[in-house]
Ligand binder design. Sequence first.
Ligand SMILES: [Zn+2]
Length: 108
Amino acid sequence: MVVNQLERMRAIIAQAVAEAKGHLQKVHLLSYGGIAEDQVLTLFAEASRDTPAEGVEAIVLPAGSRYICWNCCGLRFESEDGVCPNCGEVALEVPEEIDFALYKVEAE
Ligand SMILES: [Zn+2]
C-alpha cells in the first residue's frame, strides 16, 4: 500500500511538473482523510527527489468530501446518495483507495 501511495505521488508530481508553466513554486494537494497530512508531505518529499518538484513547497488541504459534481460547477459536497444538492445530477465519488490528489500548482 505504501508503495502504491508512493507511485501515486510520483504520478501526481509528474502531472504537477507538466502543469507548471514555468518554474514550479508550490504544489497544493488534497487529502481525503484516509492519510495524515505529515504522511502526504513525507510522500511528496520522497517522490519529488531528483525531479523539478524537489524542494518545492507542498500544501495539504483537507478535501472534506468525497463527492464532486462536474455537472454544475465542481461543487464538493457531503451526501449519502451522491446527488448534487445544487443541480440534482448524480456526482462522482472519489474512489475509496484515493487518499490524496493534486489540487493545483503555482509556478512563475
Ligand atoms: Zn451539481
